[in-house]
Design a protein around this ligand. Structure first.
Ligand SMILES: Cc1cc2nc3c(=O)[nH]c(=O)nc-3n(C[C@H](O)[C@H](O)[C@H](O)COP(=O)(O)OP(=O)(O)OC[C@H]3O[C@@H](n4cnc5c(N)ncnc54)[C@H](O)[C@@H]3O)c2cc1C
Length: 454
């Protein structure tokens, strides 16, 4: 990519803004295009949620260097911010830096990316044609050109539906006013909607257990509130996480506190509940599950769907993109993050090599780069964009270098041996497709699958 000058970055979330800082440091010209009216638009939607990673893991190094030059007071590294604090204390000051501010366009919704004069079919010379990024900003379609593109547009705006088969459940659209997606603020601005109600939460990830924990707190204040946990799997304990083994203590504690609420019977649990249909019956919302699991119903007032997110791939339709068919992430990344293969959520750091596409100069980064996989950490995204910016600038050595060691989740189905104080014995050293030492050894012995799975 040497010779590239202008880099379009889609999304002004933490990873998009970090990308802009790295691109700037490389002497290149970033243009950040953000659909929302402000930076951190998606993060503001979950502003009430406390992060499970402390400040020391949430700030990109190039961004910190830019901020330090302005006299910015960096937050206490061991404290845990909320999403709103992340925006207020980090993303907004970063976006207001003189070098970045004029290069960020908000209320700019990217609708498509192509190459000037080249539709997807045409090959000869396409690698040197600039990218054309089409966007809407309320004035009709506009276009900006760039030599490289980093798509850091996240997945927040495309949540998975309730249907266990990945399609919207029958009746889901019609029952929309009784359904919320993601993490509504049940103790704050959405309190009136949920207080005193029977509220089902569908899902088994951090968002689901965080919301259920908050609903249990609401029930302690308003006893008529009844939290119901609907999960597709048959083992609720799988959602409890790594507990004390989790190197991110707050993430471990969240799971442990949730386990205690379930054990105490403060959350009703409906496992093996595969939602197939929904309908409103008088004052109640009926959530129906069928075959594959048992056929049964939950009668509730409200449903919160927290079944994860998927990438919006419409905007890259005209580019030559190869994605893993299941995870919808770059092919080389899939073996590192496939939740079917990895019992432990620890993911090796990676960069431009894994994220590059057949379309030279185009990269996915951040939450979107993980497709449907749920294990993304901001720290991973910061390492991604450091490596991508180096790649675009033509610094291959820096692009290849790994400059990050990630905290482990402590979630592993493999029993720990006497010498293994860490989950799976720590991150793998050499094999790029291995998530940990156990996996690396297994792969070196020619075994397939994840070596850390029991
Ligand atoms: C509730 C919750 C808690 C989390 N907690 C943690 C945590 O504790 N620690 C951690 O490391 N990670 C955490 N994560 C995961 C992840 O790090 C965050 O989601 C993080 O915000 C991802 O950053 P991002 O920049 O990739 O995407 P986002 O923050 O989602 O930013 C993407 C931006 O792109 C914009 N956009 C989308 N589409 C377009 C378009 N077509 N055109 C222009 N702009 C567009 C969006 O409006 C948004 O502002 C959490 C995630 C969630 C949902």
């Amino acid at each position: 990519m040497s010779g590239a000058r202008t880099v379009a970055i889609i999304g002004a979330g933490p990873v998009g803004l970090a990308a802009a800082a790295h691109v700037l440091e490389r002497g290149l010209e970033p243009i950040v295009l953000e659909a929302g009216g402000t930076v951190g638009h998606a993060m503001r939607r979950w502003g009430h949620v406390q992060l499970f990673s402390p400040w020391e893991y949430n700030i990109d190094k190039a961004a910190a260097r830019l901020l330090a030059a302005t006299g910015w007071n960096s937050p206490e590294p061991h404290q845990y911010p909320t999403g709103a604090e992340m925006v207020e204390r980090y993303l907004e000051p970063l976006a207001n830096i003189a070098a970045l501010k004029p290069r960020i366009r908000t209320s700019t919704h990217v609708t498509g990316i192509s190459r000037t004069g080249f539709d997807k079919l045409k090959t000869k010379g396409r690698e040197t044609a600039p990218f054309e990024i089409r966007y809407q900003n309320g004035k009709g379609p506009e276009t900006v050109k760039a030599d490289a593109v980093i798509d850091a547009s996240g997945t927040w705006h495309s949540p998975n539906p309730a249907g266990a088969n990945g399609l919207p459940a029958i009746g889901e659209t019609e029952a929309a006013d009784r359904i919320a997606y993601g993490m509504p603020d049940v103790l704050g601005k959405d309190r009136a909607r949920y207080a005193g109600k029977t509220v089902a939460v569908l899902g088994a990830g951090h968002s689901a257990i965080g919301t259920l924990t908050d609903l249990a707190k609401l029930a302690a204040e308003i006893p008529e509130t009844r939290p119901v946990w609907l999960l597709r799997g048959n083992d609720p304990a799988k959602a409890f996480g790594g507990g004390a083994n989790d190197k991110l203590a707050a993430r471990g504690e969240l799971g442990a506190a949730f386990a205690a609420l379930v054990t105490a019977g403060r959350i009703k649990v409906e496992s093996e509940f595969c939602v197939s249909h929904l309908f409103v019956d008088g004052p109640r919302l009926i959530v129906g599950a069928i075959a594959g699991c048992s056929a049964r119903r939950a009668q509730v007032d409200e449903l919160i769907v927290a079944t994860g997110f998927r990438p919006d791939l419409d905007l890259v339709r005209e580019l030559r993109i190869r994605l893993d068919p299941a995870i919808e992430c770059p092919i080389a990344l899939a073996p590192l993050i496939d939740p079917n293969e990895h019992s432990c959520g620890t993911v090796r750091p990676h960069g431009a090599r894994e994220l590059a596409q057949d379309e030279p100069g185009f990269y996915f980064a951040g939450m979107k780069s993980y497709g449907r996989a749920p294990t993304f950490l901001m720290l991973t995204g910061y390492e991604q964009v450091r490596s991508i910016a180096a790649d675009i600038a033509g610094d291959r050595a820096a692009a290849e270098r790994v400059e990050l060691e990630l905290p482990e989740t402590g979630v592993c189905s493999r029993p720990l041996g006497p010498d293994a104080s860490n989950c799976c014995g720590g991150p793998a050293l050499s094999d790029v497709d291995a998530c940990c030492v156990a996996d690396e050894k297994a792969k070196q012995q020619g075994k397939t699958g994840c070596g850390c799975a029991s």
